[in-house]
Ligand binder design. Sequence first.
Ligand code: ATP
Ligand code: MG
Length: 423
Amino acid sequence: MFQKPKGTVDILPEETAIWHKIEEVVRECTKNAGFREIRIPTFELSGVYKRGVGDTTDIVQKEMFTLNDREGTEFCLRPEGTAGVVRSVIENGLFNEPMPLKLYYLGPFFRYEKPQAGRSREFYQFGIEMFGAETASADAEVIALGDRVIKKLGLRASLNINSIGCPDCRPKYHDALRDYFKSHENELCGTCKERLEKNPLRILDCKSPICSAIADNAPKTIDHLCDDCNTHFETLKSTLDSLEIEYSINPRIVRGLDYYRKTVFEFISDDIGAQSTVCGGGRYDGLVQQLDGPELCGIGFGMGLTRIVLAMKSKAEKGELELPKNPSPVLYIAPMGDRGVVYAMKTVTALRERGIYAECDVVKRSLKAQMKYADKIGAKYVLVVGDNELDEGKAMLKNMADRDDSRQVELDKVAADTSILSF
Ligand code: ATP
Ligand code: MG
């Protein structure tokens, strides 16, 4: 017997109802805010991520799922969405469209990680990208969309924001950070020792407890911002205030990608354990050029839907949320005899055509077994149809919630007059 690969999950039918709900909320919120869906490949040339995510990130240093084709070209299963979207925007000339260009994506992503709760090798993300708008209002619009999706799903998450500056103010900050971490160099993990010269900002994001404890007292980006970045951050805060979106400033948030600048943010769920960041994003004004495109700023986020599902389940366990369920049939027709089967098939087909979920027996079960089955699948009404009923043109429609409440109905009206199916 085969087993699924390590770090992957089978999302079984009972759970797909939750996913459908999430997708419905995502599609509604993106539509109302003018974001259009983009579908990009699930793998790209490795260079897209090496350059688009950055050499010093965990994603590129440790987590790439690479594959080689027969000519020896190296590809990588997409570990995140932004780099591929940017590649597509450049390749397809979407930068010529009216700005801002607002896109969203939804689908599976892959990272070679140590699997644990909330961290898998294949996971699902919903993400948005907004190009060509450099104001703090654009940042607030992106954050507000994340906030709306989370709230519409009945979840609570704390919004943490930070600004990591720009190429003008970051070098000075990097120096301050490097000086600080140099005084702790011997205690840092191997990866962070390497990061010290190349990109000390990354150390703030290290998951090792020792590096993390050292990082707690590191100099803060927001104390080293240039005037432009400072004004941007202040405007973002006041915009979020006026939108009544609560946030806290968290100097430790730097995000996993190298080309972020100015605004970075994370939504952290109150309902799940250690892997509690359900959404992370930021501004990446240098990225399009980094991937050989024109000068075009951007901001976006990735929302980890696998963690959103965990948060929903955890809230449901506490009785604070009702999980969406797959639908039950409105009508189950239990036929007895061949004529009954013909009637049942014709009627459920007609009802389904009208958008009503109806079922009938197709495995030739006994009447008793059919009633049991109808109950199990949660049918609202049951109609037993045999030769007698067909001769008379009438049958009893049973209300399964109240077995004594049965009504006689005319068989040829069941498919035509749906008001019959509501008492
Ligand atoms: P983390 O710090 O948890 O590793 P990250 O910074 O690597 O997260 P991002 O690259 O910002 O994550 O991805 C956006 C979101 O995707 C995360 O906030 C998280 O919800 C989700 N995510 C990332 N990696 C995984 C994973 N391996 N399994 C499940 N969800 C993930
Ligand atoms: Mg990670």
